[in-house]
Structure formats: structure tokens, C-alpha cells
Design a protein around this ligand. Structure first.
Ligand SMILES: Nc1ncnc2c1ncn2[C@@H]1O[C@H](COP(=O)(O)OP(=O)(O)OP(=O)(O)O)[C@@H](O)[C@H]1O
Ligand SMILES: [Mg+2]
Length: 266
């Protein structure tokens, strides 16, 4: 069976699980309906994910039969204690790390089937990443940093720089285009990082504690910006955060605990 057929079967499988009579309590019905909608045409579909690291000191199992269904357009917050595997989960969704077992469809792509060249193209085109640390290249200007993913895709420097300028405008930094990262504030660096993450028009934004290094006010402003571009560009976004106030502003909050994701109810 081809990739599409597998995807269709998985969606059916998710629907059947979600509509079991045991799940139909009053309290969980609204959440179930939301999950059901997500299962119709998910942006992210994770089934029975397992991840075990083998280290010199033995095995470390992070995920046990972890499931996740995200509908297009959702802005999901993932919370959980340090070391539970939140970053590892984002790495797996973004094809930066491999599952030990289970199925991961992200933007209709079966991550496990990607060969290394395809994985690189998938990361470049389909996924936008923002990390806690901006990882901007210090010797290049803000505009050049934003242009990098476009140059990697083969655009001319002229076109890449023009699109980068437009994205810098979108994140409110057109006046800082010629600044190097060392000449920008922490909040401005994250704005550049967000522009760089989205310049290729990915469908999915993965952000790992994007406001973790910022003061409360700046963190709020960066979250506002993420929320704005999420809506205006029709993104599906998954955001890891330790900030419960920001998490409460997302469409859903999930807690990673004991190797699984659980809904956090407001
Ligand atoms: N490549 C690796 N090899 C072995 N163990 C790893 C590897 N990467 C991560 N780990 C371990 O997996 C666990 C989960 O790490 P991860 O970074 O995903 O946690 P986290 O939930 O993001 O934590 P934090 O909130 O502190 O960022 C940690 O105990 C970490 O030491
Ligand atoms: Mg982490």
C-alpha cells in the first residue's frame, strides 16, 4: 500500500479509537470532538511513538505509545517538566531525530520514509523551527540570515534578499535589516529567527521555548507576533513552553508526562 493509503488507514484508525463509547463522557466530549475534527485531515498524526536512547549508562525510554493528532490551524502548547522529552518530540516531528517505533506523519509526510536528502528538503520547505537560542549566524546581517533558507533552495541572491526584506517588515524589523545578530536585542534576535523560520512558507511551525530567554514583556510581544503570523499565514504551530500564561492563549495545551501527552484543561 502506498503512502496515501497508509495515511488514510491511520486516520480511520484514529477515528475509531476516538469514538469508543468509553470516551463519550460529558466532560471529555468537547475535547473528543476537537480531536475527531483533527483526525479528519490532520496536520500532524503520531501513533504509538516510542523513543529510547541507548547510552553508556543504560537505556532511557522517553515515550511509550505516545499519540498526537493536530488539526490544521491549531496552535498547540506542549508543557511538562524538564527532561520529559519535549525537545526530543519536536526533533522527531521535524525529522531531526528518528523514532524508535511508531508512526509519524507531519504535513502528510511519513517521516520514517524520508531518505536523508528528502529529509533535508522536508526540513527546509515544510517545517519552520524556532529555538530558545536564535542560532543566527553572527557574521551575517539580519536580512542575510533570513535569506539563508531561500539561498539553500536555489533562489538568486536578489530574490532571496527581497523576500527576506518583506519578512523583516512583517516582524517589525525593517529598520534593523543591516544589523548583525550581536547588534540586536534578544527579542529582536528572536524576531529575525522567526522570519528565517517562515521565509520558505512552511505549513508547520515548531517552536521550542521561543520566549524562554526573554523577560516577561518581551516574551509576551514575541508570543503576540507568533500568534499573528500563525493566523495570517494559515500555519499549524506547536510550541513548547514553561510559561502557563502563554500556553493558556493557545488552542490546546498538552502536558508531556510519563511518556505520553495529556490534555490540560483550563
Ligand atoms: N541524544 C541523546 N542521547 C541520550 N539521551 C538524550 C539525548 N537527547 C536527549 N536525551 C535525554 O532525553 C531526556 C529528554 O530530553 P529533552 O531535551 O527532550 O527534554 P525536555 O523536556 O526538552 O527538557 P527541558 O524542559 O529541560 O528543555 C533528557 O534526560 C536528556 O538527557
Ligand atoms: Mg527542551
Amino acid at each position: 500500500m502506498g503512502e496515501r493509503g497508509d495515511f488514510g488507514r491511520l486516520k480511520l484508525d484514529v477515528r475509531m479509537n476516538l469514538t469508543s463509547p468509553a470516551a463519550a463522557t460529558q466532560a471529555s466530549r468537547a475535547v473528543r470532538e476537537q480531536e475527531l475534527r483533527a483526525a479528519e485531515s490532520p496536520a500532524v498524526l503520531v501513533r504509538n511513538l516510542e523513543k529510547t536512547y541507548v547510552t553508556a549508562r543504560g537505556e532511557l525510554t522517553l515515550f511509550r505509545a505516545l499519540d498526537l493528532v493536530v488539526a490544521p490551524g491549531e496552535l498547540i502548547a506542549i508543557v511538562g517538566q524538564s527532561g520529559t522529552g519535549k525537545s526530543t518530540l519536536l526533533h522527531i516531528l521535524g525529522a531531526l531525530d528518528a523514532p524508535s517505533a511508531g508512526t509519524v506523519y507531519c504535513a502528510s509526510t511519513n517521516i520514517a520514509e524520508l531518505k536523508s536528502k528528502e529529509a533535508a528538503a522536508f526540513r527546509n520547505r515544510s517545517i519552520g523551527y524556532v529555538w530558545q537560542f536564535h542560532y543566527l549566524l553572527p557574521e551575517f546581517t539580519a536580512q542575510e540570515n533570513v535569506a539563508m533558507p531561500l539561498l539553500a533552495r536555489g533562489l538568486t541572491k536578489r530574490d532571496a534578499m527581497a523576500q527576506a526584506a518583506s519578512w523583516l517588515r512583517e516582524v517589525g524589523l525593517e529598520e534593523r535589516a543591516a544589523h548583525r545578530p550581536g547588534e540586536l536585542s534578544g527579542g529582536e534576535q528572536q524576531r529575525v529567527a522567526l522570519a528565517r523560520a517562515l521565509v520558505n512558507n512552511p505549513r508547520l511551525l515548531l517552536a521550542d521555548e521561543p520566549t524562554g530567554d526573554l523577560d516577561e514583556t518581551t516574551a509576551g510581544q514575541i508570543f503576540d507576533l507568533i500568534q499573528r503570523v500563525h493566523a495570517s499565514h494559515g500555519l499549524t504551530s506547536i510550541l513548547v513552553t514553561h510559561n502557563m500564561e502563554l500556553a493558556a492563549r493557545c488552542t490546546r495545551t498538552l502536558r508531556l508526562e510519563g511518556g505520553r501527552l495529556m490534555e490540560v484543561h483550563p
